[in-house]
Write a new protein. Structure first.
Lengths: 865, 110
């Protein structure tokens, strides 16, 4: 009787055959089959399969394995030989080696750097264990862009009403009192949070109990650095902190490690919600109407914001005031809040793409150069083949070379980074948070990765060279056939195309920045000095404000000073302070307007012109109940003029009437990245937190000295601080400039690397044509004819690259410009300039070599044997 | 005395091959071992021991006939060599010597 036929699982069997030493294969395979034919009768097929796989696994023993190194060669000596030959070859071709190393290490260094920046941005808020379940609460009206602020009672309400919300905390407070303890004095903002804060976030506690502290009245949590300023090196827990103004005292309940820079939640002092100051508890503010509160919720493990949408809508409908508004709640994953806050999602992705492009350009250089060099090494390869070298050995020789070059390049890259990182941290204003161990892992990882890169980039030249027939090689038939010029041409084209893309990108970004800076702002930001005041700095605010008034009058008499006024906000520093206004004539027209309080001379001080009506006038009693809006606000209400127009402010318990007395031109009070929004100004000559001084050109130092002298008479707790409006306003473009600088830097780098590559490949190939050039010259070809015939191939590639990259860069750049409300048009000349620049660089790189080759005395070339 | 290098598992394998006499090949050795030891061994472990013993000169091997079972693969039969016999004898003697030298009371009260 035949036993049931056992069919061994195919894949494990093939694996076994692949790894088992050939001498043992028949015996062991026979044994296996016999054993498993037996077992097949006792076990189910699926179990048998697993048993078999397990058996195979246990056959992986050094004794039974095939040797993967040809058995006749001692592997150590073979590798030693590889290194020796590689070293000699690299030494012989010093120039190419240098170019290769330089290009690769620059490429690798920039890729690592960009990777670091990208991963830093992506690392934000990831250190909380519950990070994935935490959301920041936002609100949007009529389905517009969400603002990540909400109303005071919402967070506790969500926790109470929705079982999916396991924890919720508010995060608010903007008073910065001066605080005093035994060792020192600091001015710091106190943030107030709910108890759940301790359960939601993973900030490291050094001392004390965070949750207990937040639950206790009169206690605060301090970050390590501030605790040190207050208490020196002594333990802070249990000690008293006194507010300098007033008689309030706090007890320190816990000390936190300093908040990491890659946290979007930043604070130095925390306290529980039971300690909120009057302004946060004020029913005029802390209601279902005013939106100003930052708050977070933590969902349970299974809930998603999408599932909660209906319930959230219900909460809005039941509670939000005024009833029937079109607000909806939006939950933003904590991990995304950095990208939203810094508005740099696209930039970060862009940097990632740039990193890949640069790395690709550098690797392409290696591939190109190595395969061009194949022409020279045909004899070496042929001799090796004739002497009995197997293809595998030859390939491993070339791989070893790629490997060595990449390894050295990575080491050089880290050396460069060692010096570059401090500058980079400054430019991107970040601090990499790796520990020294983390850096070691990074270096190791990049070395490993670079070897993979080496393998990948070494494989093509290796296969190319070794595929040349030994007989052809011996006959000296070093035809181009073996070296695949088509593939190389595509690689060159890719490099040109990438270079054009990067140049276009750089030019567009800089044109956009220049455009924004030079755009008419509809106000004059030069010659304006701004001095901030803080209520926290004065024991008696009323007395202090009287003194400031005197100071303003004194300043107005200083020669060179044109206008002195007060304001709550100046362009570049307008708060996210909105209120609802309705048209008295038609209360159904309601708009949310950004509001600010300004002194009567604010608009003249900034040089803002009026399109309708007039400025505030302190001599008219009615102007305290008057407002000035901008053109956008007038358009929002659909008015043609402001005759008899009155706005009604607020909502929940009736509203306050304000007469509209003027409409200003739409001056750009925020970055040109965003559209000008409707704006409304109230009159307030007394309490604005900024002193605004317009002065005449050339009087900067004398005016500044006078302001400082007057300031010292105020007896403020803070020292004198000021800024110039134009500098402050230009500061808003710092993020864009940062992108611009890095784009310029990296595209120059990419182009340099690509040109280096082109230069060396071309010089290599043209040197091979010495005889051809010699013969052409003898036949009477002129220098220019020769140059054209040698160069036209390369220039054609640039044209191909131009046609490929133009649509790609057009698409990418129009996407980029969409992010700016006021942007430049994509001018075709930008593309032409970029293409022309690359063409020029290619002509220079190749031209230098061509000229040298073409000028050579043909006798030298033809005699050379 | 020349040093005999035999691991415990190798010794048992050698003895098993001697027991099986003319019928010692991979599967039969494995089955015999399993029935005598009371636990299974993997093909890998056994084959490693066999190859090592053969290298040390304790085993001779010869291919058997082709048959229909085993997927048409030949068996490889193993025989112990004279030096293996000597080595086994040596180990046995050393052990016997040790056993006989144990004071009787030790065994009694163990």
């Amino acid at each position: 009787m035949r036993s049931p036929q056992f069919v061994p699982p195919r894949l494990p069997m093939r694996f076994f055959r692949a790894i088992c030493k050939a001498d043992f294969l028949e015996e062991i395979e026979g044994d296996l089959l016999e054993i498993y034919e037996q077992k097949a009768q006792e076990n189910s097929p699926s179990k048998l399969r697993w048993l078999f796989i397990w058996e195979i696994t246990r056959l992986i023993r050094p004794k039974l394995l095939k040797s993967f190194i040809p058995s006749s060669v001692n592997p150590f000596f073979m590798f030693q030989d590889h290194f020796k030959v590689s070293y000699r070859n690299l030494r012989r071709q010093k120039g190419y080696t240098l170019i290769n190393l330089l290009g690769l290490s620059l490429g690798i260094a920039s890729a690592i750097l960009l990777f670091l920046v990208v991963s830093y941005e992506k690392s934000f808020d990831g250190f909380h264990p519950n990070s994935a379940r935490i959301y920041k609460i936002g609100e949007m009206e009529n389905g517009g862009e969400p603002d990540y602020l909400t109303k005071t009672p919402l967070a506790p309400k969500l926790k109470a009403d929705l079982p999916e919300v396991v924890a919720a905390t508010r995060f608010a407070g903007w008073d910065s009192p001066w605080l005093e303890a035994e060792h020192g004095r600091i001015q710091e903002t106190i943030k107030f949070v709910d108890e759940d804060f301790a359960d939601m976030f993973g900030f490291a506690v050094l001392e004390g109990d965070l949750k207990q502290t937040l639950a206790t009245k009169g206690q605060m949590v301090i970050a390590e650095k501030k605790a040190r300023e207050l208490f020196g090196d002594d333990s802070a827990v249990g000690k008293q902190v006194k507010e300098v103004l007033g008689d309030k005292t706090w007890i320190v309940g816990a000390v936190l490690q300093d908040i990491p820079t890659h946290s979007t939640i930043q604070f130095s002092i925390l306290s529980g919600w039971s300690n909120i100051p009057d302004y946060l508890a004020d029913p005029e503010l802390a209601n279902w109407y005013n939106t100003f509160m930052t708050a977070y919720v933590m969902l349970d493990e299974y809930a998603t914001p999408q599932q909660l949408a209906d319930k959230l809508d219900q909460i809005v409908a039941d509670n939000f005031l005024p009833a029937g508004n079109a607000t909806s709640i939006h939950l933003l994953p904590l991990k995304s809040s950095r990208a939203v806050e810094a508005n740099n999602d696209m930039v970060i992705n862009l940097l990632g793409i740039v990193a890949i492009i640069i790395l690709a350009i550098a690797s392409v250089n290696y591939v190109n150069l190595a395969s061009a060099q194949a022409l020279v090494r045909i004899k070496e390869v042929t001799i090796r083949k004739v002497l009995g070298s197997s293809k595998r050995q030859l390939v491993s020789q070339f791989l070893a070379e790629a490997f060595i070059v990449n390894f050295l390049a990575t080491l050089a890259a880290w050396l460069m980074l060692f010096f570059a990182i401090p500058y980079m941290e400054e430019i991107f204003s970040i601090a990499f948070t790796y520990t020294s161990g983390g850096w070691a892992v990074m270096v190791g990882a990049t070395l490993f990765f670079s070897m993979l890169l080496g393998m990948a980039s070494g494989l093509f030249p290796a296969l190319l060279i070794t595929s040349i027939k030994a007989t052809d090689g011996l006959k000296g038939k070093s035809s181009n056939k073996g070296t695949n010029p088509v593939f190389r041409k595509w690689l060159l084209t890719f490099q040109f195309a990438a270079s054009i893309l990067m140049i276009v990108g750089t030019v567009v970004i800089w044109k956009q920045i220049t455009f924004m800076k030079n755009q008419n702002l509809n106000f004059d930001d030069s010659q304006v000095l701004v001095v901030p005041l803080s209520e926290q700095d004065f024991p008696d605010i009323e007395k202090a404000m009287q003194r400031v008034k005197v100071m303003q009058e004194a300043l107005a008499t200083e020669p060179g000073v044109e206008v002195v006024t007060r304001a709550q906000n100046v362009p570049g520093r307008y708060w996210q302070n909105y209120n609802r206004f309705s048209d008295k004539a038609d209360p159904t027209i309601v708009h949310s307007l950004r509001q600010s309080y300004v002194g009567a001379d604010y608009f003249p001080a900034l040089g803002v012109s009026f399109v309708e009506g007039r400025n505030f006038d302190t001599t008219r009693a009615g102007d305290t109940a008057a407002v000035i809006i901008n053109r956008k606000a007038m358009q929002a209400f659909g008015w043609q003029n402001i005759e008899d127009k009155t706005l009604c402010e607020g909502g929940q318990n009736g509203c306050t009437l304000y007469k509209v007395i003027g409409v200003t031109e739409d001056f750009h009070y925020q970055s040109l990245a965003g559209e000008v929004q409707p704006l409304i100004h109230f009159l307030d000559n007394m309490y604005g937190s900024l002193i605004v001084v317009r002065f005449q050109p050339g009087k900067t130092s004398s005016v500044l000295a006078r302001v400082e002298k007057e300031w010292n008479g105020l007896e403020s707790l803070s020292s004198f601080d000021y800024f110039f409006l134009d500098q402050e306003f230009a500061g808003m473009y710092r993020e864009q400039e940062r992108i611009g600088i890095s784009a310029a830097f990296f595209s120059i780098l990419a182009i340099v690397i690509a040109s280096l590559g082109l230069f060396s490949v071309a010089s290599f190939l043209i040197r091979r044509k010495r005889k051809e050039i010699g013969i052409r010259k003898v036949m009477g070809a002129s220098l220019s004819e020769l140059s054209v015939s040698l160069m036209k191939g390369y220039l054609l590639l640039v044209l191909v690259a131009f046609t490929i990259s133009t649509p790609a860069s057009y698409y990418l750049m129009s996407e980029f410009l969409q992010g700016f409300a006021y942007h430049i048009a994509l001018d075709p000349t930008i593309f032409v300039i970029a293409g022309g620049l690359v063409l020029l660089l290619a002509m220079i790189s190749v031209g230098l070599i061509v000229l040298r080759a073409a000028k050579e005395n043909p006798v030298l070339a033809l005699r050379d044997e | 005395m020349k040093k005999t290098q035999l691991g415990e598992f190798e010794e048992i394998v050698l003895l098993t091959i001697a027991v099986l006499h003319n019928d010692a090949y991979g599967v039969s050795i494995k089955n015999e071992l399993e029935s005598r030891l009371g636990y299974g061994t993997s093909v890998g472990a056994l084959q490693t021991a066999l190859k090592r013993l053969e290298e040390k000169g304790y085993l001779d091997s010869a291919w058997g006939e082709t048959s229909n079972v085993r997927g048409g693969k030949r068996k490889k039969y193993y025989k112990i060599t004279a030096s293996a016999q000597r080595a086994l004898q040596e180990i046995k003697d050393i052990r016997a010597q040790l056993w006989s030298d144990i004071p009787s009371m030790v065994l009694k009260y163990m």
